[in-house]
Design a protein around this ligand. Structure first.
Ligand SMILES: CC(C)(COP(=O)(O)OP(=O)(O)OC[C@H]1O[C@@H](n2cnc3c(N)ncnc32)[C@H](O)[C@@H]1OP(=O)(O)O)[C@@H](O)C(=O)NCCC(=O)NCCS
Length: 142
């Protein structure tokens, strides 16, 4: 990857509570990242790449960029959250590589196209952990 660049996706997908950026790599539009609930204390996001752009580190770079963008844009937020399906190994690696901790495991919560019920995994990154490069453990036992 020679250059990774997020580009404002236009007013139609941009307001106070949701910001969408195209992900442009080496001049080609590869996908988008949409952050939402920006006015609700803890932002969430959706990240999607075209199939021929996957597996090249772009998702990891895009989430890393988004984290810095949101913590810089919104000084009052303490967390960024996201969820994915349990079998989405690539997205789970993208969360892990960016310091997100697994905080939730929702059993049989996500219906697949064939009717199979998949689990949903919830992740979050604390501002403090992002700034220090550490991971505050979840207190599962309390
Ligand atoms: C999920 C998605 C954003 C990941 O982005 P990506 O650019 O393909 O991911 P990366 O290339 O940064 O890879 C991240 C890690 O996942 C690993 N990975 C990729 N596919 C994997 C798989 N099937 N099993 C295990 N690990 C996998 C990669 O090896 C990499 O790990 P590494 O850095 O240790 O080598 C992208 O694949 C995508 O848009 N998928 C479709 C939409 C989607 O599922 N979005 C998430 C919605 S919650």
């Amino acid at each position: 990857m020679r250059s990774f660049w997020p580009v404002h996706a236009g007013e139609a997908v941009w307001d106070e509570s949701a910001h969408t950026h195209w992900i442009v790599v080496d001049g080609c539009r590869c996908g988008f990242v949409r952050a939402f609930d920006l006015d609700d204390g803890t932002p969430l996001f959706d990240l999607r790449l075209a199939s021929d752009c996957r597996g090249r580190g772009i998702g990891t770079a895009a989430l890393g960029w988004l984290v810095g963008y949101l913590f810089g844009l919104l000084p009052g937020i303490n967390r960024i959250e996201g969820t994915t399906r349990d079998d989405n190994r690539a997205m789970r690696e993208v969360f892990r590589a960016n310091g997100f901790a697994k905080e939730a495991h929702y059993r049989e919560d996500w219906p697949g196209d064939d009717g199979t019920l998949h689990d949903t995994i919830g992740y979050a990154l604390l501002r403090r952990d992002w700034m220090t490069g550490t991971t505050t453990p979840v207190r599962w036992a309390t």
